[in-house]
Design a protein around this ligand. Structure first.
Ligand SMILES: [Zn+2]
Ligand SMILES: [Zn+2]
Length: 441
């Protein structure tokens, strides 16, 4: 029997419909639709439901929240101030019948889902399991996290930092600011209390990302967090809040006063809602992750060397790319103050500092492990002091190897090695003796 061609595919319509709903991306759906007339015909009869099914494959159960972010009819900046708070809160609700998803919306949906997935990876690494760079949240935990993150996106889109020019902010009457805070409170008020608490936990997580960056002081973080989750992710990836400065008008940083419009950007609406719903305010010292996570892995783990407790704060292969260190400080003893060591060291580690390359570099130091570190394995977890101790013993050895591999011919070893004090002030001594060696005196 001759093979049937695709165009004569003898499958019934329901099966063709089902096949299309399994497409993992909009791109594969489009290819499938174009592959045969039968697929094309079925797609034309149910475009909305098939597209929505594929959107679900991309976004998961937080699809209603993800769709609201991209389909919300955001008011023009100047119209927003006078918009009725309740109307703003109830516009384009999360639960509505499948609608057409335009090409632009598909691109936004895929882009936002990447942001949310990347933030979930960070959340998982810092709140759920320090040993995995990719999220190990359960489906239920992931749903809570993503639903909240999309709602956070919506909130930040509705109240962006560029809604007003600085002089307009300065001219805003107290009543106008109150009205904007009433809008913010109303937008959050549509969510049930348990999901509101999850939203609060995720907002605090996003704020924590920004506060952990260099330059992230509380006043400016109030403004930076209004840029929304995608920019917070970018700041975290780039490890400096400075990369976000261009997103915000310089005028907002003109003076040191709190700007009433941004101070309490999230905190005030949440406080209002805890009051009206008669919920005791959440304590910041409690781990807020308990509202998102059913279980934390390794919460009671201890340092493999000194047994001090650490849990999620311990360092291991998956998270030492974020180990907070200034690399030249890892040079042992007086090597730190020998410019003939520090300058080439700085050049040799420039690509590692403040980059994800730090992780593999630290792992690679185990190739230089000294006998007294027998039992310190690359796969173990370490508290910060123990990891620093390991690094200080091995970074200079790595550097010596690096220099020799680059063709450096060292002068005669100084008897005092890395401990030598003369290397800190005598250029002649720096030039005529090697200090990347163990003291023999
Ligand atoms: Zn330790
Ligand atoms: Zn010396």
């Amino acid at each position: 029997m001759a093979m049937r061609s695709y165009s004569g595919l003898a499958l019934d319509d329901d099966i063709l419909d089902r096949i299309m709903t399994f497409c993992p991306t909009f791109g594969t759906l489009q290819s499938t639709v174009l592959v045969s007339k039968s697929f094309y015909r079925i797609f034309q009869t149910h475009p909305k439901s098939i597209t929505r099914a594929v959107a679900y494959n991309i976004v998961g159960p937080a699809l209603p929240q993800a769709l609201r972010v991209i389909q919300y009819p955001y008011p023009a900046h100047h119209a927003a101030d006078t918009l009725d708070a309740l109307r703003m809160a109830t516009e384009c609700p999360e639960d509505h019948a499948p609608s057409v998803i335009t090409a632009d919306e598909k691109a936004m949906l895929q882009g936002n889902s990447k942001v949310v997935a990347a933030l979930e990876d960070i959340y998982s690494l810092t709140n759920k399991d320090r040993t995995s760079k990719t999220s190990v949240l359960t489906p239920e935990e992931s749903w809570r996290f993503r639903r909240a993150m999309y709602r956070l996106m919506l909130y930040c889109n509705l109240f962006p930092p560029d809604r007003h020019e600085r002089h307009e902010i300065d001219d805003l009457e107290d009543t106008a600011i109150e009205k904007i805070f009433a809008q913010r409170t109303a937008v959050l008020n549509v969510y049930p209390t348990d999901e509101l608490v999850q939203l609060y936990a995720v907002a605090k997580f996003m704020r924590g990302l920004l506060e952990g960056l260099s330059g992230g002081d509380p006043r400016t973080v109030d403004i930076f967090q209004s840029l929304g989750p995608a920019r917070a992710l970018y700041g975290w990836q780039e490890r400096h809040i400075g990369v976000l400065v261009d997103d915000i008008s310089d005028e907002l940083f003109d003076n040191d006063d709190d700007i009433a419009l941004f101070s309490g950007y999230f905190a005030t609406p949440f406080k209002n809602l805890w009051e009206t719903r008669k919920i005791p305010p959440l304590k910041d010292e409690e781990p807020l992750s308990k509202w998102i996570l059913d279980q934390v892995n390794g919460a009671n783990d201890t340092c493999s060397q000194c047994a001090s407790p650490g849990g999620l704060q311990l360092f291991t292969d998956a998270n030492w790319h974020r180990f907070p260190i200034i690399l030249p400080n890892l040079l042992k003893s007086n090597l730190k103050a020998n410019p003939l060591v520090t300058q080439p060291f700085f050049a040799a580690t420039r690509h590692i500092a403040g980059s994800d390359a730090l992780g593999p570099w630290i792992s690679g130091l185990w190739a230089f492990r000294q006998t007294e570190f027998h039992g310190w394995d690359v796969g173990d977890s370490y508290c910060s002091p123990c990891l620093l101790k390991f690094l200080e013993e091995h970074v200079w050895r790595w550097f010596l190897d690096h220099q020799l591999a680059a063709g450096w011919t060292p002068p005669e070893d100084c008897w005092y090695g890395w401990n030598c004090r003369t290397q800190t002030h005598s250029l002649h001594h720096q030039q005529t003796r090697n200090h990347l060696c163990v003291p023999t005196k």
